[in-house]
Design a protein around this ligand. Structure first.
Ligand SMILES: NC(=O)CC[C@H](N)C(=O)O
Length: 225
């Protein structure tokens, strides 16, 4: 537990939908009324100096091959791996989920992963006709009251295997799967303080997912003084 009144949430801002995540996080923090109790900032992360100041990190959706290439060019791969291994809260959406996976199917050559989630993910896993779609799905098992959340999939990955946890790490928990009529694939997992979703909550109007992540992952690690 960290004792603090200052919290920095970083959003990896080298490619993809980072602006939308920042807007959603700012709105979520506002709706939760957190600014009255603590100083909480959301930063774009493009370098190691900013990354090391962060208490939690979001890796957005986009294109995981490009993201891995740009991270390599910016010398960010190792610092990102260290951040994820440090146990600080993280959330990867879509390409971000791919980056956080320990194993990947349909990997392009040279594509680098960060690890953090003991899962095998399959890129571009939905058939051509289904590769992008929006569905109202029920997340009320872990987000109270969220029974019909507009869920956006864009050439998304699915979690194709849950792997045994690495030494010292908790088990991977399956949070959500597609309904049977859509194929039952796993679309959201949690392993300790790391969340992975194969869809884009930052592209829905509703900020419920962001509020839940801030409360259950970021704030749960911090004692407000
Ligand atoms: N919307 C997304 O993030 C798509 C992910 C993309 N298909 C990839 O492999 O990285």
């Amino acid at each position: 537990m960290t004792q603090s009144t200052q919290i920095v949430i970083g959003v990896l801002a080298i490619q993809g939908a980072f602006r939308e995540h920042i807007q959603h996080l700012v709105k979520a923090i506002d709706e939760l009324g957190l600014q009255e109790k603590l100083e909480i900032s959301v930063f774009e992360v493009r370098d190691e100096e900013t990354l090391v100041r962060c208490d939690a990190l979001v890796i957005p959706g986009g294109e995981s091959t490009t993201m891995s290439l740009v991270a390599q060019r910016l010398n960010l791969l190792e610092p990102l791996r260290q951040f994820i291994a440090s146990g600080k809260p993280a959330w990867g959406t879509c390409a971000g989920l791919i980056m956080l996976s320990s194993s990947l199917q349909n990997k392009s050559c040279d594509q680098q992963l960060l690890g953090g989630l003991d899962i095998e993910t399959t890129r571009n896993a939905f058939g051509r006709q289904l590769d992008s779609f929006i569905a109202d799905l029920d997340y009320s098992k872990f987000i109270p009251g969220l029974t019909a959340f507009q869920t956006v999939f864009i050439r998304g990955p699915v979690i194709s295997k849950i792997l045994p946890p690495s030494p010292g790490k908790p088990k991977v928990e399956v949070l959500a799967s597609l309904p049977e009529e859509r194929g039952s694939q796993i679309i959201a997992v949690r392993q300790g303080d790391i969340l992975g979703t194969s869809f884009h909550p930052e592209l829905s109007e509703d900020v419920s997912f962001h509020k839940w992540w801030v409360q259950d992952f970021v704030l749960s690690k911090i004692t407000i003084t």
